[in-house]
Ligand binder design. Structure first.
Ligand code: FA5
Length: 372
């Protein structure tokens, strides 16, 4: 029986020779340092630190060594494998950091870019201007009143002193919804916002200071200056000691608030069954302020060089209307006005054709500020 191989020298085993271990370690370290990506590093790790790597195979040789030689060879190979393992870890961390930094740059999201490229809707300029008109009166202390668009004939006509055969009824060509029957008032699409006057007086305690913006209907043909569906802003004041001077003051304050300070107003005699006296209200042209009158070389498109623009009708509330609404006419008096919203938008914003307002082409509304 041969003696234990005590003289077995690990240095003689090629794979365990210090130079060879150092070479395998250096080769591994160089490959690790050269790995340019996490994928490359994975391959390098398998080749130099995996189970079949040269250092792992060298490690297996240690088992066959005599006990005395095992420690020395184990230290050498183990040290080299530890170094390689640590180098892999360090390179892995460096490459991950590089990748994360790159991803942060490549996948950066500019949160200031508009996120919604779909065209945004906005309110129609008619809605916006009606609201502005209303707001000016609200600023003067008026409340907003409402009434139905399908209105009882009694409110639309009778209570407003349009007698059944009064020619004034034909002044406002009417869409009839239901004929009168069994003593009940018929139904119409309201031809103006004035029925809200009567509703406000019946619904509210006196004094009454209200404005009523709303949609109105007449059998007018759609053309450049008329629409069968249009909007008005009604105003009504009923209080003690109310005079025409208050009306003039409120209308002038409205005109100046809406179109510019210092603008004048004028009243021209007119006729409405529900006001007496009645007037058409004109405002001084806010563009030329009268400077274009008689000067064909400097025409004004806003007022057609007339210097004045008609904005609506008004007057002192006819006592018959107050009586129909149960108001004591010895104590109270009042005035009312009605302004056309479409016409106001036309001259305020230079719209030449009313049809543009009602045809619903989004390009028309887009030309105005997109208020929401
Ligand atoms: C009236 O409707 C009265 N209710 C106004 C009123 C109220 C007077 C309170 C006195 C006291 P008129 O029919 O003139 O009045 O109409 C008022 C405004 O509505 C006109 O100045 C015009 O701007 C607008 N208007 C009338 N018909 C049309 C139409 N077909 N299309 C667009 N706007 C219209």
């Amino acid at each position: 029986m041969s003696a234990p191989n005590n003289s077995y020298d690990p240095v003689e085993v090629t794979a365990l020779h210090p130079d060879e271990v150092a070479r395998m370690r250096d080769e591994a370290l160089a490959a690790i340092a050269a790995a340019a990506s996490l994928d490359e590093l994975k391959e390098v790790r398998l080749a130099h630190a995996g189970d079949r790597s040269p250092l792992a195979l060298a490690n297996r040789e240690i088992g066959a060594l005599p006990p005395a030689a095992k420690a020395d060879a184990g230290k050498r190979v183990g040290g080299a494998r530890r170094e390689v393992g640590e180098a892999v870890k360090a390179r892995q961390a460096a490459l991950e950091e590089e990748r994360d930094a790159r991803v942060l740059v490549e996948e950066a999201v500019d949160v200031t870019l508009p996120w919604d490229r779909a065209p945004r809707g906005a309110r129609h300029p008619l809605t916006t201007i009606a609201e502005r008109m209303t707001d000016i009166f609200v600023g003067m202390g008026f409340e907003v009143a409402e009434g139905p668009e399908v209105e009882a004939e009694w409110f639309n006509f009778d209570a407003l002193n349009f007698l059944p055969d009064h020619p004034a009824r034909t002044m406002q060509d009417t869409f009839f919804v239901e004929a009168p029957s069994g003593g009940e008032s018929g139904l119409v699409l309201r031809t103006h916002t004035s029925p809200v006057q009567v509703r406000a007086l019946l619904d509210r305690d006196l004094p009454v200071y209200v404005v009523a913006p709303g949609r109105t209907f007449r059998t007018d043909e759609l053309d450049a200056t008329h629409s069968p569906v249009f909007h008005q802003l009604e105003g009504l004041v009923v209080d003690e000691g109310i005079t025409l001077a208050h009306l003039r003051g409120a209308i002038t304050a409205f005109v100046q608030g809406m179109f510019g300070s210092g603008l004048r107003t004028r009243f021209r005699p007119s006729y409405f069954p529900f006001t007496e006296p009645s007037a058409e209200v004109d405002m001084e042209c806010f563009v030329c302020r009268g400077a274009s009158v008689g000067r064909p070389e400097a025409p004004c498109r806003t007022c057609s060089s007339e210097g004045w623009i008609e904005i609506g009708g008004c007057g002192v509330v006819n006592p018959r209307v107050l009586t129909a609404a149960g108001v004591d006419t010895d104590r109270y008096s009042g005035w009312a006005f009605g302004l056309g919203v479409e016409r106001t938008l036309m001259f305020a914003r230079g719209v030449k054709d009313m049809r543009d307002m009602v045809e619903g082409d989004v390009r028309f509304a887009s030309a105005f500020e997109r208020e929401i």
